[in-house]
Design a protein around this ligand. Structure first.
Ligand code: XIL
Length: 391
């Protein structure tokens, strides 16, 4: 766990550099590279923000299993926390009743431990990427409330329980709110009622009393949704549940949302006595038919070349806007570093980003700090400079 790693891992690493020994905290069957001492001295985002917050990236399956060596090198140099892009979603880890796939997740967790990273779990209870069987009986009819609660409890205790003391923070519930701040009519809400929120957090706490429990959502900068999240978390707190933080996904555009709206949410959430994390940061530079905001993964559109503007590279003018947007965001994050615990990018390089395939499949997107050749973009320098300026 975090404390163990913070206190003891550096000592172990130093001892192991001199001799050759196995970290007892590691899974020796997963041969993934460990952090190199030499990279610690190079400029890095994790070093630049070490007194402010964790900075991280979401990993896809290839990366988590150590099969994208260049991405792993960047990860080790630049970041100190990881999130699983898809590996821990219900459909991936628990595709059929009684069938769990832990192989990929075991590698993900081992990679984080071997590199002394803050390890995030994403996500236990969500309406998306959750198989239909979860909500249905053998006849395809909705299951009873009792049965769904039992399935939820089994899932949470099996998955979160397996990584007890190893995964540091869980997005317990993802996207339970509509943009107007009301509760989403998901199968969880329809079958169980509002109690599903309380139960999810209770089961997660029982699975690992030490881990940090988060509520995570998109568009939390919207005033109505912000108020909804405040109500949701306050209700949990009134029932005695310790919510560690609120995850603002951070799937933003070049010019919207406004910094003022984001800042108002940071403050409102912090006033609840919980931490704030930016859990899935990316900046979409591409247009789309709906001027979409947020990140509803079901809201997709047919491919049309006119929304795929930059197949030959990002024009300088847009590159500059992207750089400025990252500067502005990191200035804001830095200003509120007493409230913000973590900033995680939803991918390592432009090539990995889900925005190449959402909300329109098959486009060329440029949302991250590293390009398709794993090279830092101007936005990377901007993020480093924002840290330096604050000192
Ligand atoms: C996305 C992944 O990046 C995609 O690969 C997948 O096809 C769909 O889900 N909000 C979340 C994330 O909480 O889990 C979503 O991730 C993006 C929106």
């Amino acid at each position: 766990m975090r404390l163990y790693r913070t206190l003891f891992a550096p000592t172990l690493l130093a001892a192991c550099l001199a001799t050759s020994c196995a970290d007892p905290n590691q899974n020796s069957t997963n041969e993934v590279p460990t952090a190199q001492a030499a990279t610690d001295a190079s400029p890095s985002i994790k070093a630049a923000y070490k007194d402010a917050f964790y900075v991280g990236a979401a990993l896809n399956g290839r990366q988590a299993s150590g099969n994208d060596a260049k991405a792993i090198k960047l990860l080790q140099e630049q970041f100190n926390t990881i999130s699983p892009e898809n590996l821990l979603k219900w459909e991936a880890v628990h595709p059929k009743q009684g069938v769990y796939n832990f192989e990929a997740v075991d590698k993900y967790v081992a990679l984080g431990e071997q590199n002394d990273m803050f390890i995030v779990g994403h996500t236990l209870v969500w309406h998306n990427q959750t198989p239909k069987w979860v909500f249905e009986d053998a006849q395809g009819k909705p299951v009873s409330k009792e049965e769904l609660l039992k399935r939820m409890e089994d899932h949470i205790k099996t998955v979160a329980g397996r990584y007890k003391g190893r995964i540091d923070s869980w997005d317990v519930v993802n996207e339970a709110l509509n943009d107007d701040g009301t509760l989403r009519q998901s199968p969880w809400l329809k079958i169980i009622g509002e109690e599903f929120l309380v139960k999810a957090f209770e089961y997660a706490h029982q699975a690992d009393p030490e881990m940090e429990l988060y509520y995570n959502d998109y568009n939390l900068w919207k005033p109505a949704k912000r108020d909804g999240a405040v109500r949701l978390v306050r209700n949990l707190q009134e029932k005695g549940i310790k919510v560690a933080g609120i995850g603002m996904q951070g799937h933003y555009g070049l010019h919207a949302p406004s910094l003022e709206d984001i800042e108002a949410s940071i403050k409102a959430f912090s006033d609840l006595g919980v931490k704030v994390a930016f859990t899935e940061v990316d900046i979409d530079v591409l247009p789309n038919p709906s001027n979409r905001q947020g990140a509803d993964i079901d809201a997709t559109f047919e491919f049309d070349e006119k929304y795929n503007l930059y197949t030959d590279g990002l024009p300088d003018s847009v590159q500059q806007q992207l750089t400025q947007r990252y500067t502005d965001l990191f200035n804001l994050f830095q200003k509120h570093s007493d409230k913000i615990d973590r900033v995680t990018f939803w991918g390592v390089t432009d090539n990995d980003s889900w925005l190449n395939n959402w909300p329109i499949q098959g486009r060329t997107s440029y949302p991250m700090l590293f390009d398709r050749q794993y090279q830092p973009k101007p936005a990377y320098n901007a993020v480093l400079e924002a840290a330096a300026k604050a000192k």
